[in-house]
Structure formats: C-alpha cells, structure tokens
Design a protein around this ligand. Structure first.
Ligand code: MG
Ligand code: MG
Length: 254
C-alpha cells in the first residue's frame, strides 16, 4: 500500500528534508583529497543530532554508520571507514534523517578534485535523470513514467541503468511501498496521487548495469564490470501543485 501523507505530515517531512539537504551540503563542502569517509560520517552524525534529527541509517539492519559513502565503482551502501579520498575519485554520499517521526533520504555524487570529462558527463547525466524523473511526479502520472524518464535519457547517452536497486516510497519508514525501478514503460504502474512521497534515486554507470555485492563487508554494492557509477537521490512529494522536492540542497554536487 502506498501511504499518502497529510499536509501536516508533509510539513514535518519538509523540515526534516531541510536538515538532510543541509547535511549533504556540509559533506560536499568537506570532500577533498586526503579526507577519510569516516571523517565525513562523523561530521554528518554530529550535524544531524545537533539539528534534532536522528541518522536513520545507523543500526538499520545492522548498518554501522550514519551515512553511506561509496567511491568510484561502488554504487551504494559503502560503509565509511579508513578510505582516504584522492584526486580523480568520485564519491556517492547518501544521508537519511529521521525527524519528527518521518524519514527523508537524499544522495549526491561529488568529484574529488579534477576528474576526466567523461566522468563529469556521467555525473551531469545522472543529475539530469533525477530532474527528468522529478518532472514526471505529478498527480495522474504513473510510476512507469518516472522510471522511463530515467532510462530513456541515460540509455540515449550510452549509459547503464542499475536494475537490481530501486527508488522507493519513504515516510514513517525509510523504505515504504512501492519499489520503483529506475527503468520502465510509460503509462504503466501505480498512478500518482497528491500526498505520496518517494525517494527517487537513479544509479547510472559508465558500463553495464549488473551489480556485485561485496562478500567482504556484506553491504557495499559495486558494478560487476568495475565501471564508475553515479547516484543522485531526492525525497519528493507529489502535490496538487506538482512535484515538491523536500531535500533540495542547492549545492554544486559536481
Ligand atoms: Mg539514500
Ligand atoms: Mg533511498
């Protein structure tokens, strides 16, 4: 069942979304060669608690940290640790905040120093995919329209769209119904209604879309072919006035 949120509930989510967005912005500002992903995790955790939120990822099915930090060919769910960012890396940073009972979930992928043009284009396209999906999030549209917007743009430029990881409903739970593939056919799937809230998160690769789970930590998910992957995510509400992005951070994001 897709849970619809009341106006008051959406206001709470919008407040939480501002904390999530500001946290991501802080992380972006601190991405530089030499910083470890653990340092970024600590910054985020402190920031979220200071704002009266709770880092939703920490303890989620045993996840040991407050953010996910996934460099290069790692797509998502990287555990922050001793990895030190270096020039030429890209790093996906994913933040989930619980505030007044509601979760907002957002991610960005940031270049570390100078990266090659083809990587800049990958980041730009993934961001555009999220924007194209967002534009479909209007009452009366269907979830297949959202997935199709991502897939058609990414594939038209020769990129892979990760299929085994999905966008999702979000609200009182981080993962609510439905699961939303980042690919699909227009005019299919559940119809969008005001009050629905979704975390839309295209994961786009320079290569193929097959994935590989790290056997070493049981969390990190990589592209199977080792190609670079970019990941952008916003929590978005469907309203009577169109899509409302609850985690707009206004940062550079690469
Ligand atoms: Mg996320
Ligand atoms: Mg998510």
């Amino acid at each position: 069942m897709i849970v619809r949120k009341s106006k008051t509930e959406l206001e709470a989510m919008a407040e939480g979304g501002r904390i999530t967005a500001a946290c991501l912005k802080l992380l972006e500002e601190n991405v530089r060669p030499g910083v470890t992903t653990r340092e970024l995790d600590r910054l985020a955790e402190e920031f979220i608690y200071d704002r009266g939120g709770k880092p939703e990822f920490k303890g989620y099915q045993g996840f040991p940290a407050s953010i996910c930090a996934s460099p290069n060919a790692m797509i998502v769910h990287g555990i922050p640790g001793s990895y030190r960012l270096k020039t030429g890396d890209i790093i996906s940073l994913d933040v989930g905040v619980r505030y007044e009972g509601f979760v907002t979930d957002s991610a960005t992928t940031v270049p570390v120093g100078h990266v090659p043009d083809e990587v800049v284009r990958l980041l730009g396209t993934t961001r555009e995919c999220l924007a194209a999906a967002t534009d479909q999030m209007r009452a009366g549209k269907r979830l297949g329209d959202v997935g199709h917007a991502i897939q058609s743009l990414a594939e038209s430029r020769g990129y892979g769209v990760v299929r085994d990881l999905v966008s999702h409903g979000v609200g009182r739970q981080m993962h609510e119904d439905p699961q939303i593939p980042n690919y699909g056919s227009p005019g299919t799937g559940p119809r969008l209604l005001p009050g629905m809230t979704f975390a839309i998160e295209p994961m786009i690769t320079l290569g193929d879309y097959d994935i590989r789970l790290s056997e070493w930590d049981g969390w990190s998910i990589y592209t199977a072919d080792g190609s670079l992957s970019a990941h952008f995510e916003n929590t978005i509400a469907v309203t009577e006035n169109g899509p409302l992005v609850l985690t707009e951070n206004g940062g550079s994001g690469g």
